[in-house]
Design a protein around this ligand. Structure first.
Ligand SMILES: [Zn+2]
Ligand SMILES: [Zn+2]
Length: 252
C-alpha cells in the first residue's frame, strides 16, 4: 500500500527506495503548497510564507499581549503588573490568521503531519530573538490527552518542540507533563469556567527533571492561554526555577 495520508498530499522522498517511490508519487501527485494548494516543491510556498503575519512589538514584555501601536505603552500590561500571569515570558511567532490558520489546520486536522518541520523551523528561527537571553534549559511540549492523541495520531506540540530543540540545541522532554483530564475546547467559557475546567488537568510525572530548571513550554496555538497557564502553575509547584511559553501562533 502506498504511504498516502488519504488527504491528497504526498510524503516527500527521504531515502533511496523512498526517493524512487517519492519521485513516482510526485509525478502522479505533484506536491502542493498546503496553504494555497498551488503546485510547490515546499509544503508552504514562498508567497504564503511571506504572508504569515509575525507578532511584532509593541507587546507586553511578560505575557506578550499586543499593545495598541498608537498608545504609547511600554513594559508590562495591567494583568502582569498584578502578578496574574503564570509565565515568566510568553511569546508567539505569528498571528493565527489567514494562511497561518490554513497551515495549522492542514497540519492538525487534514493529516499533513510533515508540516511540523517548516513550522517548527520558523519557531526555532525566532527563538534566539524571543528567548535567547533566558538560558532555557529544557523544552516541554504541552501534552494532549491520550484519547485526543490517539484520534489525531500525533501531538503537534511534541513535533514542533522536537524541531525547536534540534535547531537551538536544547533537550526536549515529552514525558514530564501528563494530561490526565479530557477537557472540552475552552472557547466560549468565562475565565472562571476555564480555570475550573483546567483544574487537575495536568500532572507532573517526573518532578526531578524540572526542579531548579528554566523550562520552555511549547504549543501550537495560544487561544485563551488557560492551558499553558495550567501547565506553568503545576511546573512551578514542582520546583521549576522559571517557566516560559512559546506558541506558533496566537489567536488575539
Ligand atoms: Zn502557497
Ligand atoms: Zn502582560
Amino acid at each position: 500500500m502506498l504511504p498516502l495520508s488519504g488527504m491528497g498530499f504526498v510524503p516527500k522522498k527521504s531515502a533511496c527506495v523512498d526517493s524512487i517511490w517519492g519521485g513516482l508519487l510526485d509525478l502522479l501527485y505533484p506536491p502542493r503548497c498546503q496553504c494555497c494548494q498551488e503546485f510547490s516543491a515546499d509544503l508552504i510556498c514562498v508567497e504564503c510564507a511571506q504572508g504569515f503575519q509575525s507578532v511584532e512589538p509593541p507587546f507586553c514584555e511578560q505575557c506578550g499581549v499586543p499593545f495598541d501601536p498608537a498608545a504609547i505603552v511600554v513594559g508590562v500590561c495591567g494583568e502582569c503588573r498584578e502578578g496574574r500571569c503564570a509565565l515568566g515570558r510568553m511569546r508567539s511567532t505569528f498571528y493565527f490568521r489567514e494562511s497561518v490558520r490554513t497551515a495549522i489546520h492542514a497540519f492538525k486536522y487534514r493529516g499533513c503531519r510533515r508540516l511540523f518541520r517548516p513550522l517548527g523551523e520558523m519557531m526555532g528561527g525566532r527563538f534566539p530573538e524571543l528567548f535567547g537571553n533566558l538560558q532555557v534549559q529544557c523544552i516541554l511540549p504541552v501534552p494532549l490527552h491520550p484519547r485526543r492523541e490517539r484520534e489525531r495520531g500525533f501531538n503537534q506540540a511534541v513535533l514542533l518542540a522536537s524541531v525547536i530543540g534540534e535547531t537551538c540545541a536544547i533537550p526536549v522532554m515529552s514525558d514530564v507533563l501528563h494530561r490526565s483530564k479530557f477537557t472540552q475546547p475552552q472557547v466560549g467559557l468565562t475565565k472562571a469556567q476555564r480555570a475550573e475546567n483546567m483544574r487537575g488537568a495536568f500532572t507532573v510525572t517526573r518532578g526531578e527533571a524540572v526542579r531548579e530548571k528554566r523550562v520552555l513550554l511549547v504549543d501550537d496555538v495560544l487561544t485563551t492561554g488557560s492551558t499553558i497557564a495550567a501547565c506553568a502553575r503545576i511546573l512551578t509547584k514542582a520546583g521549576a526555577a522559571a517557566v516560559y511559553g512559546y506558541t506558533l501562533a496566537r489567536d488575539k
